[in-house]
Unconditional design. Structure first.
Length: 340
């Protein structure tokens, strides 16, 4: 089958190409750059999601289109992100309808759901990120879905997937969470902020997108979940898998939130957004995300967090991003630490 993938050189795109290639599909990968890690036989073309004509040319002939392009930002407002995440979705959907694609699968995000007013629980019927006080990424992902539904009303067969916090191998980027886990595996994270979030393996997201293309119902959302994970536990596991000591303390979120009005502008001056409402919003809300719909309708089956973290550390080692300590040396280090 002929398939097209927008944002194919990105994190999710790289993993999706692998799944599609393993299934024997004829793949057109659309991005501004060509990935150095794509499977053999993939046809790469350039395309601009802000140009409908460009997208028509790029996806022409595809039976299924996977739309992955998104601009991730922690800013409160960003005109470029809004255009890419909202108008870009509409343009790709219009192009898919024009060229007669059988189905479009849109990779949205958990952030299109309002984590601040959800009452600690999110399913596909939960409130969406419409309030103007919510960071632009969250709002743009919801309004992108609104634009997509307008084209569905015109006859496009489309399905929407909403992954939670995506992590795991392979990632040559690195994503924010994978970068922090690598730092912990290097023994460089003595302290983390407490809290947790639902984290999902990128390989499971890729499999979920394919399942949605085959089994999803037109116009429906599917939450692609993993497990609710305490960051402290994930960071310690990553360090242990690399033979190093992980963080020893978790700073309570209640110690951070009172200083956010001061910390955010200071952080921006130094080019950091780690301590910001957008960065900490999900941890502050820590919603339980219900993935039962995807499990029931798509046959979606995510793997465990432990498996993902172990595989991620192994990927860091094999890709030259990390040196694992020998088991004996790691054991001696732990013994020495205990004696001290």
């Amino acid at each position: 089958m002929k398939v097209a993938v927008t944002g194919a050189a990105g994190y999710v795109g790289t993993n999706l190409l692998t799944v599609l290639a393993q299934q024997g599909h004829e793949i057109t990968a659309i991005d501004r750059v060509r990935s150095l890690h794509s499977p053999a036989g993939v046809r790469w073309v350039e395309g601009d999601v802000l140009d409908v004509a460009s997208m028509r040319r790029a996806i022409d002939g595809a039976e299924v289109v996977y739309h992955l392009v998104a601009m991730i930002t922690l800013a409160q407002r960003d005109d470029r992100a809004w255009a890419v995440n909202v108008q870009g979705v509409r343009n790709v959907a219009e192009a898919a309808l024009d060229v007669g694609a059988r189905r479009l699968v849109h990779c949205s995000s958990i952030h299109s759901f309002d984590q601040y007013t959800c009452g600690g629980h999110i399913d596909e019927s939960s409130p969406r990120s419409a309030d103007g006080s919510i960071p632009v990424y969250d709002r743009s992902k919801w309004f992108g879905e609104i634009e997509l539904r307008k084209v569905v009303d015109k006859g496009l067969d489309a399905v929407i997937c909403n992954p939670t916090g995506v992590f795991g191998p392979v990632d040559y980027g690195l994503s924010r969470i994978n970068s922090m886990l690598r730092d912990s595996a290097r023994g460089r994270v003595p302290l983390v902020i407490s809290g947790g979030f639902d984290l999902v393996d990128v390989r499971d997201v890729a499999a979920g997108l394919v399942a949605a293309s085959e089994k999803g119902r037109t116009g429906e959302n599917y939450l692609l979940t993993g497990e609710m994970v305490r960051l402290f536990d994930a960071f310690r596991l990553a360090a242990a898998c690399a033979g190093r000591r992980g963080p020893r303390y978790a700073l309570p979120l209640r110690a951070i939130t009172p200083i956010l009005p001061i910390a955010e502008p200071i952080g921006r001056r130094f080019g950091s957004d780690v301590v910001s409402r957008a960065a900490l919003g999900a941890l502050l809300a820590a919603p339980i995300v219900d993935g039962s719909k995807a499990r029931a309708e798509l046959g979606y089956r995510p793997r465990s967090t432990t498996e993902t973290v172990r595989d991620l550390v192994a990927f860091f080692v094999t890709s030259g991003q990390l040196t694992r300590r020998p088991a004996r040396k790691a054991a001696n280090t732990r013994a020495a630490a205990a004696g001290a």
